[in-house]
Design a binder for this molecule. Structure first.
Ligand code: 13P
Length: 251
């Protein structure tokens, strides 16, 4: 049985004082959660969140990292820097980074390898645009992104990778994929992993859904056969709303 992983992606929101207030309000609401609870926060909040989440079941993640270890890369943060302060997770290849900051399948793959080199748990995002969907290319797109992201990883690393299926047209739009649609896309990703790594890795790899997840649709999405939790943007900014999503199985 795969455990659900439910991660909030705050994106470019929340000042440190807001982050501290958030964790204080959120922690008592999720301490009995069955799911793994992760908050992926801006770099400037990481330290405050790590301090305030210490001794709780809340895990902290970053939203990006560089694939180089050190060097003249002004403004960048490496995997070893994240690891050194206690960060556990890192989002890699979010569609906003692919779209606005020229992330490619190749850089995503390099970042994934750098995350493993630093014992960080990567959450790799894949997803189709509306155009690709309308042209019937969803499956082709997401399986190729998956294949290129995992290129060169060992089976052990592939098993530890979390994939977030986030259809781009569903991000921040209020439009959610139907649970059946999302589950089918995730099955296609799992099938691709099966082709690459075999049955055991495919059965164990965590594949989340992301795109307008909220407390009102979490149960329907997370009760399907293949959706192993979610990557949640807007609805993760309010502790009570995100706690309801994390506790989707307890209502
Ligand atoms: P929303 O939940 O705001 O649609 O964002 C999804 C997302 O991009 C999470 O990474």
């Amino acid at each position: 049985m795969r455990r659900k992983v439910i991660a909030g992606n705050w994106k470019m929101n929340m000042l440190p004082n807001e982050a501290i207030d958030y964790i204080q309000a959120f922690e008592p609401l999720v301490k009995e959660a069955d799911a793994e609870v992760v908050l992926c926060v801006p770099y400037t909040d990481l330290f405050y969140c790590l301090m305030n989440a210490q001794g709780t079941n809340i895990k902290i993640g970053a939203q990006n990292m560089n694939f180089k270890e050190t060097g003249a890369y002004t403004g960048e943060i490496s995997g070893s820097m994240l690891k050194s302060i206690g960060v556990e997770y890192v989002i890699i290849g979010h569609s906003e980074r692919r779209q606005y900051y020229n992330e490619t399948d190749e850089s995503v793959n390099s970042k994934l390898k750098a995350a493993f080199a630093n014992s960080l748990k990567p959450i790799v995002c894949v997803g189709e645009t509306l155009e690709e969907r309308e042209a019937g290319k969803t499956e082709e797109r997401i399986t190729s992104q998956t294949r290129l992201a995992l290129n060169g990883l060992t089976p052990e690393q592939a098993k530890e990778t979390i994939i977030a299926y986030e259809p781009i047209w569903a991000i921040g739009t209020g439009k959610t994929a139907t649970s059946e649609d999302a589950n089918n896309s995730i099955k296609a990703i799992r099938e691709e992993v099966r082709k690459l790594y075999g049955e055991e890795v495919a059965n164990e790899i965590i594949i989340q859904y992301g795109g307008s997840v909220k407390s009102s649709n979490a149960k329907e999405l997370f009760s399907t056969s293949d959706i192993d939790g979610g990557l949640v943007g807007g609805a993760s900014l309010k502790p009570d709303e995100f706690a309801k999503i994390v506790n989707w199985d307890k209502e």
